[in-house]
Design a protein around this ligand. Structure first.
Ligand code: ADP
Ligand code: MG
Length: 318
C-alpha cells in the first residue's frame, strides 16, 4: 500500500489539477509497490500512467513570425523502437527518470538534466531520440529550423533566437535545435564571421540563462567544428554511432517483422558496413515493398542484399 505522504501528494495534485505532479506521485506509488514485491500491481499502475501521459499532448499554434522557424510535430516512436547501444539507452533512460523525479532533486537543490547535445553521423537516431523523449514524457515536440534562422533572418538571428527562448520559457516542451551546425559552421566562413560569432554567443547565453522546464536538445553531425565553450552549457552529451551487429539484427527484426525470411545476420552486417540505422531501415522497407508488389511472403537474403546494394549505390555517381 502507498505511504501516507504519497497518498497526500496524489490527492493534492489531483484536486489542484496539476497533471505533472499527479503523474510523478502516481509513479512514486508504482515504484513503492515494486519495492514491496508487488510487481504485477506496479506494472499495471505504470501502464495506466503511460496511457494518460501519451494522450495528453496538445499543440498550440505559433504566432505568424515564428511559424516558419519552429515546427511542431506529433512524436510517434517509443523508446523501445530506438535501436542504440545499451550504454546510450541507459543515458536516455536517466534523462527520463530524472524528469520523473525532478521534485525530489529540487528539494536537494539539484535539477534534472534537460539541456542535451546529441552528436553523431546522419541517420543514427538523433532526431528520433528527441522525438522519443517528447513521446515518453508526454510533451509537445518542436523543431527549430536552424538553417532558416541563419539564412533567412541574417542580421536579426539573435533577435529571433530571443523570441524562441521566450517561447521555451512560456510553454513547456521538447525543443530540438536540429542541424545545429548551421551556427557553428558558418561562423568560420569568410563572410558574416562577426554576425555568426554574435549569434553563437547569444545562443550560448540563452542556453545558460534558461531556467525553464523545457528540454533544449541540440543535434549535430559534426563535433569538431563546434566551439568547446558550447559543451559546458549542456547537462549531457550523447554520442551516436553507426550500428553494430547486434543493432543491425534488432533493426531488421523490428522493421521486417513477419516478413522476415531466412537471413544470415552476419552476412547482412558485412553487406551493410558503413550504412546508418536510417539506411538499413530504408533497405528493409524497400524489401517489404518488393515482396508485396511481387505477391511473395518473405524477405530472403538475396532480396535484402540487393536492397542494401541499392542504398550503397545511391551515393555513387558515374
Ligand atoms: N537508432 C535508431 N533506431 C531505430 N531507427 C532509427 C535509428 N536511427 C535512425 N532510425 C530510422 O531512421 C530515421 C531517420 O533517423 P534520424 O533520427 O532522423 O537520424 P539523425 O537525426 O541522426 O540524422 C528514423 O525516423 C528511423 O526510422
Ligand atoms: Mg536529424
Amino acid at each position: 500500500m502507498a505511504t501516507g505522504d504519497q497518498l497526500k501528494s496524489l490527492i493534492k495534485s489531483g484536486l489542484e489539477d496539476d497533471k505533472d505532479r499527479f503523474i510523478t506521485a502516481a509513479l512514486q506509488v508504482a515504484a513503492h509497490e515494486a519495492r514491496q514485491g508487488h510487481g504485477a500491481l506496479a506494472k499495471e499502475l505504470r501502464s495506466l500512467i503511460d496511457k494518460v501521459k501519451i494522450s495528453r499532448v496538445k499543440v498550440i499554434p505559433f504566432t505568424p513570425d515564428l511559424k516558419d522557424l519552429v515546427l511542431s510535430t506529433e512524436p510517434g516512436d517509443r523508446l523501445s523502437d530506438l535501436v542504440v547501444s545499451d550504454a546510450l539507452k541507459n543515458r536516455i533512460e536517466k534523462i527520463l527518470n530524472e524528469y520523473h523525479h525532478k521534485e525530489k532533486l529540487f528539494k536537494h537543490g539539484l535539477h534534472n538534466r534537460r539541456k542535451i547535445l546529441l552528436v553523431g553521423p546522419p541517420g543514427t537516431g538523433k532526431t528520433m531520440t528527441a522525438s522519443v523523449i517528447a513521446k515518453e514524457l508526454g510533451m509537445p515536440f518542436y523543431t527549430v529550423q536552424m538553417d532558416k534562422l541563419v539564412n533567412k533572418f541574417m542580421g536579426e538571428t539573435s533577435a529571433k533566437l530571443r523570441q524562441i527562448f521566450d517561447v521555451i520559457k512560456d510553454r513547456k516542451g521538447i525543443f530540438l535545435f536540429d542541424e545545429f551546425d548551421a551556427i557553428g559552421a558558418e561562423r568560420n566562413a569568410d563572410n558574416d564571421v562577426g554576425e555568426m560569432r554574435r549569434v553563437l554567443n547569444s545562443f550560448l547565453q540563452f542556453i545558460e540563462n534558461d531556467k525553464s522546464e523545457s528540454f533544449i536538445i541540440a543535434a549535430t553531425n559534426n563535433l569538431s567544428i563546434l566551439d568547446q565553450a558550447l559543451f559546458r552549457r549542456f547537462d549531457d552529451i550523447l554520442h551516436y554511432d553507426l550500428p553494430d551487429e547486434k543493432e543491425i539484427k534488432s533493426l531488421i527484426e523490428n522493421c521486417l517483422g513477419s516478413y522476415k525470411g531466412t537471413l544470415s545476420i552476419k552476412k547482412v552486417t558485412v553487406e551493410s558496413k558503413d550504412l546508418s540505422h536510417a539506411e538499413i531501415t530504408q533497405a528493409c522497407r524497400d524489401a517489404i515493398k518488393e515482396v508485396i508488389l511481387k505477391d511473395k511472403s518473405k524477405v530472403n537474403m538475396s532480396l535484402l542484399k540487393s536492397m542494401i546494394d541499392d542504398r550503397k549505390n545511391a551515393y555513387k555517381r558515374d
